[in-house]
Structures are given as structure tokens and as C-alpha cells.
Design a protein around this ligand. Structure first.
Ligand code: ADP
Ligand code: SF4
Length: 699
């Protein structure tokens, strides 16, 4: 199909200093969880984005010196010759498809703990980042940078920029954002210096200017020099000479960088979850930059709609459409727009499982795109699948996220697929969950798969079909996939921190009951030890529906795990706004309609709450009775010609959407595959020299 001419502007080349981006699609720097120990995975992951049409593809954060060490978080390094070779794999993979490669050079300053390098961290005035996120907490405080440290910083940036040039990068960054070292100089609380680098904005900006200058000298006209900067805090601060400190900074540096890459300051606002922020949420902070500089500006905002992208260009907000998450959810987003296939875009749902992967220190995972991070390791391409390995017919039972993904991928491979769903609507758990506050965007998981399935002739969908074992035996498909989901349990929480003790009292409910429309009598208590979104979302949902709601959790925060997905500050605010009372560090010990007893997790001190309905959001167990009844009858299976019965998704192991989609995809990829190809490849660092021990040490 031809491209819609309305989107032509997105495919215009953009000059960035000495290099030219072939279009306006810019995959901005973002952490991938792939360190220099995974150079082939990383190259294939970023190369796939270039293949999908992104005109610029950048690395994540790359340390310029061992004094910037974010261990155990997965950061990249550019410290030595081996690192150059590791990054060159990525630049080659990106260049192969005509895209530019960018590198985000990074020094963490007082926000890193240097746990592995054991070098004392440094910051402008000895101030450290006192994070409340346990991933970022530590006990090592930075020392105050002296004049020698400032010269060293400039030297490290210069050397790293030369290495970046040798590794084949086209765009080299100075990174003054997100609490890292150059940003620490910009913000007055971090920077209490009385020398030429502290005090008024023109002094605080000096180090950024000097970093840009040494970078420009080092790349010797061969690469563009980009400045990535966080502007949220600065924009909120008044200035005597400009509209805000952010305006003052941009005016002082206006045309010094070849490219402005503008963003917000903290992960929960910069990479805001869709539950609490819409597409384009950065605009009110960064909209002024293009009015000051003549250089191109790139910014993000979870853009998945080509019309929003065109709007950003036409309204003079951005020159390049930056994306981290949309390029993860669909590495082929630009090509799909170029080919007039916008409806094929697998839109990011804003769940931030990708970010949680970085917090977990593992390669990036995505709810929408199960192939991300698996391009090299498992050889999964986001747009191509191997043809069917046989003419076998496959029955998939259950049309939740796992069953839908499985049926879709099997059908793309060319299998004859029957998809049976018990209810009248497909979508499984999404049918209810997308009606909870802020979760509508997650419906894209269902919408995209429904739309793709409808266009494939080899899938037969039967709704309102609750299959029993006998019927499955009669149907006699060669392979049967059980994707029947999971159910929540009415179990309490033991001091061993495991679910224990079924609560059989009246008025005890689970999310399945709320989904089924059961009425809850007030006051309601939500007891959450699942710790993901469900407990918090249900508490907010019930409160907004007019219920009087208390939220109880053994954890220290509401929805404790969602600190990993950048949702926690907003969940706390949402519950406060909905007048939900919160009881943390508390365990339910007894309930009878009228009274709920809680014990403090550590002291055992008892609290009693007036409560008529207890909603437990805790343990989940697989709905696998259908599976069990089939595998218990091997002779009947053989007689029916059924060669395999396999559980996937929640019916195998209850998890988040990301796990269900991955599980369904993996089954479909691996059906009839040669068993020797099924284990994933293990990546390893590149090493040019044998590792030798220092003298006197036995290696
Ligand atoms: P997952 O997240 O693993 O995809 P879900 O709970 O979202 O799991 O979806 C499971 C789906 O399976 C639901 O839509 C449910 O109605 C359906 N289902 C459960 N049992 C049967 C059955 N015996 N026959 C057909 N569909 C079933
Ligand atoms: Fe988007 Fe979620 Fe995928 Fe991240 S994990 S790219 S937020 S869909």
C-alpha cells in the first residue's frame, strides 16, 4: 500500500550537524538491560529497529569512566578497546539499514554508588541522591569535586567521544539529565559551589558547555554532538533574566549542540505510565526549546499515532519524533507508516514492563512485543516467522492474551488454528481489567491481536464455547493448547510471607467476584499482597464507584511492586484523591462481616477496622482442570489422534500480561521446531586478550 501523503513530512531527512538523519523517526537512548557482556544481543536488538525504519537508533547510557558505575543496574561502558569493538557491532547493525547510530555518553556523578569499581563517587558539592526507590539506595556518599576532578571529567568525555567515533557512531551525546553529573551542576540544590561552576545559571551551565566543546573537538567534524537535558525542574524555577531557568539554560547554549534531546527529570514523569499520563505529556515542559534554538529538537511522549507525530512537527514542537517505548513495542512502526499500514502498528500500552526490566537488571521485556530482546538469543524477528513445520491442526482453548497471541502466531506460520472461547467476548482477563481506572490503554493488547486475527483466513474463532475434555477428544486436533487462565484465591497471608489459610467466611471476595459484577457491602477492605496493579486499581475503582474503601497491605507502600514500573507515586496520589484509607505493614488475621482484624507485620500490634466486605487480592492459581483431565487419559488422547496437550500463560503459571503473551508466542514459535534449536544462545563479552593475573596472584 502507498503511504498516506499526510505523513510525508515524517519521512523528510533532517540535517544534524555534519550528518543527516534519513527521516524524522528517532529511537532515543534508553536502557535495554543489555550491557557490554551481551554485545550480540544488543546489536541485533538495535539493528532490528533500524531495519524497521528508525532513521536514528541510539544506545542506552554508556559510562565514560569507572568512576561512573551503576552496578547492579545494567549500564554499558566505553572504557577500553574491547568496549569499542562491542559497540561497533551495534553501529554496523544500524548502518546496514541506512540509519544513524547515536551514543549516550554518561557520568552518574553523585547518583551512582560505584559498587563494583569501589571508587568514591563524586558530585559538584558532595550531595548525593537520597532515593526512596530501594534499587537506587546506597550508603556511599560522594566527595566534592575539585578543579582536578572537573578537568578529569572533561578528559574522560573527550576520550570516550574519540572512542565513540572509532566505534562508528554518528551522533555523540553529552547527557545532562535525570540526576546525573552534568544535571547536578545545573540544579542549585545539587550545586552549592562558589567557583566558576556554581552560583548563577551562567556558571552552573559552564560544565555542560565545556563538555559539548571537548566532545566537538574529539569527534573532529565527523559526528554530530547532541545534548540530552532534563528541563522539568529548571522550567519550574524563576529566572531574573528569562522566563525560567530552563529558558535561560537553553538561551545560553542555544546553538552550541547540533541537536537538542529534551526530556523530563524523573523516571515516573519522563517515562510516565499510561495509567496516569496521555500521549504527548512532555509538551508543556519542552515546547519552548524550538523557539530559542535553530538546531533540531527531538523529544518523546509515547507517540504511536502518526497524526500526533505530524502535529508535533507542524506545530513547531519537535523536529524529530523520539521514541523509546513505541520503538520497543513495534520496531517496525516507521516502515508500517511508510507502507500505509498504520493499522498494523503494535501500539505501546504504557505499562512500563520494559522499564521494570531495567530495574530488574535483565534484558528488556515488552508486554506487546514478545520478540524484543530475543532477536539474537532465540532468533525471533518481530515481523517474520518460520513457516509451519507440518500440516497439523491446532486447537487453542481460551482467548485471553496467551491464547490470542498463540493463535495469531500459529496462524502467521500457516497452521490451521481453531480458537475456542468460553464466553461471548474474547480478551480473557482484559475484558474486565481494561475497565479499571487508567487501564483502558492496556486494551491495545486485545485490539491489535483481534484485528490481526480477523485478517487471517486460517483461524476459526468460536465464542461462547466452553470446551470439556470429551469435546476436545472428539474434535481430534493434532495439538491442543490450554490457555484457560487463572483464578484468584481467598487465601490469607502468613508470617512466612506466603499465602496460607483459606478464608471461608461470608462476604470474602476476590477480583474474580468484582469482575463478575458481585455487589460489595460497605465498608470494604481491599487486602493486597499481590503487590502489582490489581489491588490499588480495584481500591480506586470501588472508591470512585461510591464505596467506602480501606486498603491494607503487608508491604510498606501501596501496590508495592509498581515502583518498578514507575507507577507508585501516582498510585499513592490516586488512592488519596479517591479518599481510600491506607494501612501498610499490616496483615489480616481475622474477619467476620462487621469487623476486620489486622496485625502489624513486625510488632503484631492489633488494629480493628469496621468492614462488611473483604476483597483479597493475593494468591492466584492456574485454571488447569481441563488440562489435568486430558493428560490423565493418554490412551484416549492417542485414540483421538492428539499428539500433544500443552498449557500456556496463566493456565501454566499465573503472571502478568507480559508473561502470558510471551508464553503464547513461544509455544507458537517452537511448534514442530528442531529440538536442537530450542535452547537460547548465550552471549558473552568480547575479549581481545587473555586475562592475566597481576604478579604474585594465583590465577
Ligand atoms: P491468559 O492471561 O493466560 O491468557 P486469561 O484468564 O486472560 O488467561 O484468559 C483465559 C480465557 O480462557 C478466558 O477468556 C476464559 O473465558 C477462557 N476459558 C477458560 N476455560 C475455558 C474452556 N474450558 N473453554 C474455552 N475457553 C475457556
Ligand atoms: Fe510499551 Fe509496555 Fe512494551 Fe514498555 S513494555 S514498550 S510500556 S507495551
Amino acid at each position: 500500500m502507498a503511504r498516506n501523503p499526510r505523513y510525508d513530512v515524517l519521512f523528510e531527512p533532517v540535517k544534524i550537524g555534519p550528518v543527516t538523519a534519513p527521516n524524522r523517526f528517532y529511537a532515543v537512548p534508553h536502557a535495554s538491560g543489555m550491557t557490554n557482556a551481551m554485545p550480540h544481543m544488543r546489536a541485533a536488538f538495535r539493528g532490528t529497529k533500524a531495519e524497521g525504519g528508525w532513521g536514528v537508533v541510539c544506545t542506552g547510557y554508556v559510562s565514560i569512566d569507572p568512576s561512573s558505575d551503576d552496578t547492579p543496574l545494567p549500564f554499558a561502558t566505553l572504557w577500553d578497546e574491547d568496549d569499542i569493538r562491542a559497540h561497533a557491532l551495534m553501529t554496523d547493525a544500524v548502518h546496514k539499514h541506512g540509519a544513524l547510530a547515536g551514543i549516550e555518553l554518561w557520568h552518574g556523578g553523585g547518583s551512582v554508588m560505584n559498587r563494583a569499581s569501589r571508587i568514591p563517587p563524586m558530585s559538584p558539592s558532595g550531595t548525593s541522591w537520597m532515593a526512596t526507590h530501594v534499587n537506587f539506595m546506597g550508603n556511599q556518599r560522594p566527595r566534592v569535586m575539585d578543579a582536578h576532578d572537573i578537568r578529569s571529567l572533561l578528559q574522560w568525555q573527550s576520550e570516550a567521544a574519540s572512542k565513540a567515533r572509532r566505534a562508528g557512531f554518528d551522533i555523540v551525546y553529552v547527557y545532562a539529565g535525570m540526576g546525573y553529573l552534568p544535571y547536578e551542576f545545573l540544579i542549585s540544590e545539587w550545586n552549592q559551589r562558589t567557583d566558576a561552576y556554581g552560583g548563577p545559571v551562567r556558571n552552573r551551565v559552564r560544565i555542560v558547555r565545556e563538555l559539548l566543546e571537548v566532545t566537538r573537538d574529539a569527534v573532529a567534524g565527523r559526528c554530530a554532538v547532541a545534548l540530552r537535558i532534563s528541563l522539568e525542574e529548571l522550567r519550574a524555577r524563576p529566572s531574573e533574566v528569562a522566563a525560567s531557568e530552563a529558558h535561560e539554560v537553553v538561551e545560553l547554549l542555544a546553538d552550541v549542540p547540533d541537536l537538542w534531546d529534551v526530556k523530563l527529570d524523573s523516571s515516573p514523569t519522563d517515562c510516565a505510565p499510561s495509567r496516569f499520563a496521555a500521549e504527548g505529556s512532555h509538551e508543556p515542559v519542552i515546547d519552548f526549546v524550538k523557539k530559542i534554538t535553530r538546531q533540531p529538537v527531538v523529544g518523546v511522549g509515547r507517540f504511536t499515532s502518526p497524526d500526533s507525530m505530524v502535529g508535533q512537527i507542524r506545530r513547531g514542537v519537535l523536529d524529530l519524533i523520539g521514541a523509546a517505548r513505541p520503538s520497543i513495542a513495534d520496531p517496525f512502526l516507521p516502515n508500517k507508516i511508510n507502507e500505509g499500514r498504520e493499522q498494523d502498528i503494535r501500539e505501546c500500552i504504557g505499562c512500563n514492563i520494559c522499564i521494570s526490566s531495567w530495574h530488574d537488571s535483565v534484558p528488556v521485556r515488552c508486554t506487546q512485543n514478545p520478540t524484543i530482546g530475543e532477536e539474537w538469543r532465540r532468533g525471533w524477528h518481530p515481523e517474520r516467522v518460520a513457516p509451519a513445520g507440518s500440516s497439523a491442526a491446532v486447537l487453542v482453548v481460551g482467548a485471553g492474551p496467551a491464547g490470542l497471541e498463540c493463535a495469531l502466531t500459529l496462524a502467521r506460520r500457516g497452521y490451521e488454528v481453531t480458537l475456542a472461547e468460553a464466553t461471548d467476548e474474547i480478551g480473557g482477563r482484559l475484558r474486565f481489567e481494561t475497565r479499571l481506572p487508567g487501564l483502558a490503554t492496556w486494551g491495545r493488547v486485545l485490539d491489535w491481536r483481534r484485528d490481526q486475527l480477523q485478517r487471517l483466513p486460517n483461524v476459526n474463532l468460536y465464542r461462547g464455547n466452553r470446551l470439556a475434555a470429551e469435546e476436545i477428544l472428539e474434535l481430534g486436533h493434532t495439538h491442543v493448547v490450554i490457555a484457560t487462565g487463572a483464578r484468584w484465591a481467598r487465601m490469607l497471608y502468613s508470617t512466612l510471607e506466603i499465602p496460607a489459610g483459606n478464608l471461608d467466611a461470608g462476604n470474602v471476595y476476590t477480583p474474580d467476584d468484582v469482575a463478575a459484577g458481585t455487589h460489595l457491602e460497605d465498608p470494604v477492605a481491599v487486602f493486597d499482597f499481590d503487590n502489582y496493579y490489581m489491588g490499588g486499581a480495584l481500591a480506586e475503582h470501588l472508591a470512585k464507584a461510591g464505596h467506602q474503601v480501606a486498603y491494607v497491605t503487608p508491604a510498606g507502600h501501596v501496590s508495592a511492586w509498581v515502583i518498578m514500573s514507575n507507577e507508585q507515586p501516582q498510585v499513592h496520589r490516586a488512592l488519596a484523591n479517591a479518599a481510600v484509607t491506607v494501612h501498610t505493614l499490616s496483615r489480616v488475621t481475622a474477619f467476620e462481616p462487621g469487623e476486620l482484624r489486622l496485625a502489624n507485620l513486625f510488632t503484631g500490634a492489633e488494629t480493628r477496622l469496621a468492614c462488611k466486605s473483604l476483597l483479597i487480592v493475593g494468591a492466584r492459581f492456574a485454571n488447569d482442570s481441563l488440562y489435568q483431565s486430558l493428560v490423565a487419559r493418554p490412551d484416549a488422547l492417542a485414540a483421538a489422534g492428539i499428539a500433544s496437550v500443552t498449557r500456556i500463560g496463566d493456565a501454566l503459571a499465573p503472571g502478568a500480561l507480559v508473561h502470558a503473551v510471551y508464553s503464547g508466542h513461544r509455544y507458537a514459535r517452537e511448534l514442530d521446531a528442531n529440538p536442537s534449536t530450542l535452547s537460547f544462545r548465550r552471549d558473552a563479552p568480547l575479549r581481545s586478550q587473555a586475562i592475566t593475573a597481576p604478579e604474585g596472584i594465583n590465577a
